[in-house]
Design a protein around this ligand. Structure first.
Ligand code: HEM
Length: 540
């Protein structure tokens, strides 16, 4: 009899201690004088973040209306500071990056400091810097320029496919077709393989990656209240994956096969990402990093080389001393980075192009302006060289405006404080996450007026207008040394497709086009819900 009594007593004591701990942690924003929604002792505010009628960027906007430009909420016990304040964002993401080099932790994930299986996206500190230093060279303008021919070739296949569809006159889901194209492009650019999803939509790799991105990771939010277990839970899932089939694990096995094949045929040696990873040797881990930026140098203006170096504490430095010695990437590391690139290449550019199709179909006057520019400058499509593409100003403006209105990767743009500090009088303790309210910033009438910021207006991005605006007013690729590494690659890919598509077709809305677009949120991407149904009309 006494054993159950003792057990119940211990359990009650444990729950009480946990309750006290969570309540204490939830006091942090009040102590700092920062407003925000009242947290539940166990879940924090995670249940309010996504509801049947709202996804998180809408909640962030709703809370901004209620609590102002900077407010705090909790995911379980974890404090998240959401802010529209561009100066605060600049301090966190750029000036004091050394104290904010981690991202927000996911509810279940590998240890960003020590787990061998850890992508650059999740990694932190020297581990992240080492990976980024090794992989950065593959995303320089020089390297990306070499992909122009391959992207043109794949885009030509896409155009032929679209011509056949346009001839039927039927509405179709363009997102799916763009995803197949994007997978073919990343397959060749990153791994030197012909996936050919454009010819066979059911090719095994396409099926696997679709399965992987369709998974509902939102259910993992039930673990938000117990962040102490996130690494253990991750290890548990990895262990269980040995007994069941998970698309990520199967994809990792595919990556391993490709890697093995490449190591067995060193003479092939194509100049792609995988080769870079195989040959990789980080030359100087202490050196400052080059920040990925578009060719106009956006985001660069305000940065000095010194400001992007990581200033790790002594304890962290010694913890990472071993990391520095490892200059070569391990097989595990190559597999995991490859998987991340496959995801990034598949989902992001295809979703942005889908948004762009929606914007152009619903704004035919802007589509006409774009067509006029392309038609004037590009006589035949073999003419789409890297320099020609980059000379198309309106094309650039259309894509920028699309990404202003649909900044799909904003949930990835977070930083985790790794060393307490004070910014503009605000004390930020270690462990607090900073989440810029990017969707709200991108629609702020003070930054984007006088024309209504809900209107698709590429003219907001004339060189004159851009020069007058705050450099951080437009941040769909994130900010600072940890911004999107693939942005130049994605930019070129999207421009080539858009130029060819508009040169050949009129993009039309139809009765099946859902206006306004409905959006859905995966772990990191906000995408059009159910894709986008439109019609195409051959211009010839
Ligand atoms: C239009 C397409 C894309 C958009 C809008 C986009 C957006 C983003 C955003 C918002 C982040 C977080 C940045 C931050 O935290 O400051 C990110 C990170 C990243 N992206 Fe992209 N991305 C795109 C395409 C790609 C592609 C095609 C690749 C690679 C093939 C790629 C590779 C990466 C990597 C490696 C990171 C992590 C960087 C790090 O942690 O150091 N992205 N991306």
């Amino acid at each position: 009899m006494w054993i159950p009594t003792v057990l119940i007593g211990l359990w009650a004591l444990f729950v009480w201690a946990l309750y006290r701990d969570r309540k204490r942690k939830h006091k942090i924003f009040r102590k700092l004088g920062i407003p925000g929604p009242e947290p539940h002792w166990w879940y924090g505010n995670i249940k309010q973040l996504k509801t049947k009628t709202r996804i998180s960027h809408e909640t962030f906007q709703m809370w901004a209306k209620e609590y102002g430009n900077t407010y705090g909420y909790f995911e379980g016990p974890t404090p998240i500071l959401v802010s529209n304040d561009l100066d605060l964002i600049k301090q966190v993401f750029i000036k004091q990056f050394g104290k904010f080099h981690g991202r927000k932790h996911y509810h279940v994930q590998p240890d960003p400091l020590s787990d061998r299986i850890c992508s650059m996206f999740v990694a932190q500190g020297q581990r992240w810097k080492r990976l980024r230093t090794i992989l950065n060279p593959n995303f320089s303008s020089g390297k990306i320029k070499h992909s122009t021919t391959m992207m043109n070739r794949k885009a030509e296949i896409l155009m032929n496919k679209l011509k056949a569809i346009a001839e039927t006159g039927e509405p179709f889901n363009i997102q799916q077709i763009l995803q197949q194209f994007a997978l073919d492009v990343i397959g060749e650019a990153a791994f030197g393989i012909e996936i050919d999803a454009q010819s066979d939509a059911h090719t095994p790799l396409m099926t696997l990656i679709e399965g992987a991105v369709d998974q509902d990771f939102n259910q993992l939010a039930v673990f938000a209240p117990i962040p102490e277990l996130r690494y253990t839970l991750y290890k548990g899932i990895l262990f269980l994956s040995k007994f069941m089939s998970l698309p990520e694990i199967e994809l990792l096995a595919v990556m391993e096969k490709i890697l093995k094949m490449r190591r067995e045929q060193p003479q092939r040696n194509p100049p792609d990402l995988m080769q870079l990873m195989i040959d990789a040797e980080a030359s100087d881990d202490h050196g400052p990093l080059e920040i990925a930026m578009d060719d106009d140098g956006d985001q660069a203006s305000d940065l000095s080389k010194e400001s992007v170096d990581i200033n790790l504490s002594e304890t962290e430095r010694s913890r990472h001393a071993a990391e520095l010695a490892k200059r070569k990437l391990t097989t595990e590391e190559i597999k995991v980075q490859s998987l991340f690139f496959m995801y990034a290449g598949f989902e992001t550019s295809s979703s942005v192009l889908t948004y762009c199709m929606y914007a152009l179909a619903t704004n035919p006057d802007k589509q006409q302006l774009l067509y006029d520019e392309i038609n004037k400058n590009i006589q035949d499509e073999g003419d789409l060289t890297y320099d020609k593409i980059n000379g198309l100003l309106y094309l650039d403006m259309v894509l920028r405006e699309t990404l202003r209105m649909y900044p799909l990767g904003t949930l990835a743009t977070t930083r985790r404080c790794v060393e307490s500090c004070t910014i503009n009088g605000l004390t930020i303790p270690e462990g607090m996450v900073i989440q810029p309210n990017i969707w709200d910033i991108h629609y702020d009438p003070n930054l984007w007026g006088p024309i209504d910021s809900k209107v698709f207006e590429p003219e907001r991005f004339t060189p004159d207008c851009r020069a007058k605006r705050h450099p951080l007013a437009w941040i769909p690729f994130g900010v600072g040394p940890r911004n999107c590494m693939g942005l130049r690659f994605a930019w070129l890919e999207m421009k080539i497709v858009l130029a060819k598509l508009i040169k050949n077709f009129r993009v039309l809305k139809c009765s099946q086009t859902i206006i306004p677009l409905k959006l859905t949120e995966s772990t990191v991407i906000i995408a059009p819900k159910g894709g986008l149904k439109i019609k195409l009309q051959n211009r010839n």
